[in-house]
Design a protein around this ligand. Structure first.
Ligand code: DX5
Ligand code: ZN
Length: 218
């Protein structure tokens, strides 16, 4: 079943409580929280204190997407600040297996994030460390900022990963992130993605309920 993750990166951060309420009322399933450290990507977003504040004003589960150079150092702190699930990049400097184990040790679901230029061959060796209901995040833009154009070349990767997971009998979700709106969501769903992250399309929508439904449309 398709789940909708609303990214707040492009929201008015002075009004996070209102935004999280708007997103929840619109029917999104999760809040997607993009952490950037200015090293792994050339941008800085928000970190632990903002997550703590957000945790106090929303009941939605929070999906933390770490675009940071050393995710392993911060897993415990993001878990304690209120993350319900955490993804990190396999291109980061941390040991991938140890980082997955650190997320699981906090009893959270783990996600392996893969940038557009990284091949699936780089991902496959780590799939055995994931549990059922964990996820792979296939980026559909270069990580680092919102409002970019969807990269259609990633569709083939989604399809190949989806077939691979089915063949291996794995219940691992495929999440996509970047440039997701009604049309690109439909393409990603058809290719096999079931976790859709959408930022600017949702936070700038005149009718957020209709926007969420347009992503989910089965
Ligand atoms: C990009 C972030 C995305 C981004 C999505 O680095 O990981 O989550 O906020 O925003 P849109 O939907 O505007 O591309
Ligand atoms: Zn993200």
């Amino acid at each position: 079943m398709t789940k909708i993750f609303a990214s707040i990166l492009n929201a008015d951060l002075a009004h996070l409580a209102d935004t999280s309420k708007l997103i929840a009322d619109a029917g999104a399933d999760y809040l997607h929280y993009d952490v950037m450290d200015g090293c792994f990507v050339d941008n800085i977003s928000f970190g632990l204190p903002v997550l703590q504040s957000l945790r106090n004003v929303t009941k939605l589960p929070i999906d933390v997407h770490l675009m940071i150079r050393e995710p392993l150092r911060f897993i415990d702190r993001f878990a304690e600040a209120g993350a319900d699930m955490i993804s990190f990049h396999i291109e980061s400097d941390s040991d991938v297996k140890k980082t997955i184990e650190a997320i699981h040790a906090k009893e959270l679901r783990a996600g392996l994030a893969v940038s557009p230029d990284t091949s699936l061959d780089g991902l496959y060796p780590f799939l055995s460390s994931l549990h059922d209901e964990d996820y792979v995040l296939l980026m559909t833009v270069q990580p680092g900022m919102g409002s970019q154009k969807f990269m259609a070349e990633v569709l083939d990767k989604i399809e190949r990963l989806s077939k691979h997971l089915k063949a291996e009998n794995r219940r691992i979700h495929i999440q996509v992130d970047g440039g997701i709106q009604a049309q690109t969501a439909a393409l990603c769903r058809a290719a096999g993605a079931d976790y859709l992250v959408s930022g600017s399309y949702l936070v700038y929508a005149e009718n957020p309920n209709a926007a969420v439904e347009s992503l989910r449309a089965e």
